[in-house]
Design a protein around this ligand. Structure first.
Ligand SMILES: Cc1cc2nc3c(=O)[nH]c(=O)nc-3n(C[C@H](O)[C@H](O)[C@H](O)COP(=O)(O)O)c2cc1C
Length: 309
């Protein structure tokens, strides 16, 4: 791999694109931030870097509190809007339909539609240059009940979290590993991969089921009436089988096979592997019924020509 070296920049991705709420329930504000993350585990600590020109900078500096709300694909449109409009001149809650909801430990509201809202208390503001870094202690984490299983375990992968990467928003394609899988013992590693694959299969199936539910209901194929019913409906009578009659046969032979002499070559000429003739629906033509030739007893219409001796 060859690489090109660029000047210093903030090329560290992916990052979350969170919605940071501040102010009060009566006068709330929300802005989108990607310069955020975890800075300590115990106590749990986070940060948000905010340009001094932002309205949120003013509110958070005043109140010393904010809430980090995780963004899902359903909330992405609102999140982008909150990242381009200022609360100084727009009521972003009213414009986006986001709902402010009271928190337990801070006056700033959380967003009701966000699956995870983290209540934060500012501990330090560090002026870094373009941005001021608001370091904060996490006081509480509010999670959507519908993401908790019976044992109280959080299924965060179900809510469709969004990542921000080099100017674009991305959905997460699904789990591809678990913490420590690279050093896990061979057997358990295999087991873990198997579990991940099974989980992804379930997710796919659930997704497909959801999509098919959304599809329009397909009308069942209407069975057509059989042809004979149609015929009856339209007043056709069922055909009666005709009686065989030599005169008919003669006429038909003429009709179908004009240049053949009647009786010498019956219309059913095909023979198949077993030597049988194919007569279709009709009875096979028989030259004789009782050993005689048909019309053998009939007198010829004209006297046969006998040359005079
Ligand atoms: C995806 C995204 C990430 C952003 N990240 C930050 C950030 O980390 N810090 C910041 O000061 N502004 C960031 N912004 C810009 C602010 O959200 C934007 O200026 C917003 O209008 C400020 O709103 P406010 O004036 O109501 O506080 C980001 C915008 C977007 C769309």
């Amino acid at each position: 791999m060859t690489k090109t070296t660029w000047k210093a920049g903030t090329m560290i991705y992916p990052l979350p694109a969170v919605m940071v709420t501040s102010g009060t329930m009566e006068k709330p504000n929300v802005f989108t931030a990607a310069w955020t993350g975890v800075i300590n585990s115990e106590p749990a600590m986070t940060y948000v870097s905010i340009r001094p020109s932002r309205y949120s900078h003013e509110l958070i500096e005043q109140n010393g509190e904010f809430v980090i709300n995780l963004t899902t694909q359903d909330l992405l449109h609102a999140a982008d809007f909150c990242g381009v409009k200022s609360g100084r001149d727009t009521d972003k809650f009213a414009e986006t339909g986001l709902t402010p909801m009271p928190c337990k430990f801070v006056k700033a509201p959380q967003i009701a539609q966000s699956p995870v809202s983290v209540e934060c208390k500012v501990t330090e503001i560090k002026k870094l240059g373009s941005h001021d870094m608001f370091m904060a202690e996490i006081l509480a984490v509010n999670v959507d009940d519908s993401l908790l299983d019976e044992a109280g375990k959080l299924a965060l992968e179900k809510c469709g979290l969004v990542a921000f990467c080099h100017g674009g928003y991305y959905g997460l394609s699904g789990q591809i590993g678990t913490f420590g899988f690279s050093v896990a013992k061979k057997k358990s590693r295999k087991q873990k991969i198997h579990e991940i694959k099974a989980k992804r299969r379930l997710e796919k199936a659930a997704h497909a089921a959801e999509e098919s539910e959304e599809e329009e209901e397909v009308k069942p194929f209407k069975k057509r009436k059989p042809a004979f019913e149609h015929r009856e409906d339209r007043g056709f009578e069922e055909r009666k089988p005709r009686k065989f009659n030599h005169a008919d046969r003669r006429r038909e032979d003429r009709r179908f096979d004009d240049d053949e002499k009647p009786f010498k070559k019956p219309f059913a000429k095909k023979t198949f592997g077993d030597g049988k003739k194919d007569f279709g629906d009709r009875k096979p033509f028989r030259k004789t019924f009782d050993g005689k030739k048909p019309f053998a007893d009939k007198k010829p219409a004209h006297k046969p020509f006998k040359p005079k001796a």
